[in-house]
Design a protein around this ligand. Sequence first.
Ligand code: HEC
Length: 167
Amino acid sequence: MIKKQHLALFALMAFAVASNTTPNNAEDKKTQTGIEVVAPQANHLDTAEDCAKPTKYPNQDKPMALMMRQMADNAQKMKDKIESGSIVNAADFPFIRFHLVEPTDPDILQPQFFENARMFQEAHKALVTSGKEKQREMYTAYIAQCINCHQTYCSGPLKRIRKLVLN
Ligand code: HEC
């Protein structure tokens, strides 16, 4: 009887250890090799679909949602500037490090999300460092990266984002 109990306890502990260490190992591997594994289900993330619904609890909005709103406001200002012929620079529009803060839905924090964020950051850099004659093109590429990530991780705001495309 006692032996059986011990066995059950051991099995339970082994399970706890296994389930505890597996994700950590995977995480370590990722950071050590620098190779990012793309989750096969990344294209159909139902959980993030409704991420832009008007929130019921505005005081509980997560930092990533707040930063996204700032980014959308900034993009509108960029669009206005470019269309009126003025220059968009890094001093007025620094990169917002949204990918480092807490999202509403932690399930989005997958390798593909960070890869999208990296490509978006590159597009931002290209935009704010480009000369005036390249700005329209670079801005278009920048908004394309918003759309690219949102098609996978948060389709709700796509309609709003598409309005940020240059006329
Ligand atoms: C790497 C992925 C990614 C990129 C790039 C990205 N977004 Fe988002 N965006 C998200 C995710 C994920 C959320 C949900 C954030 C949350 O609720 O915490 C979001 C939320 C939003 C929201 C809704 C915020 C709210 O009110 O809750 C807007 C608007 C938005 N993004 C606009 C933009 C615009 C404009 C750009 C480009 C300038 C952009 N996003 C680039 C992933 C991305």
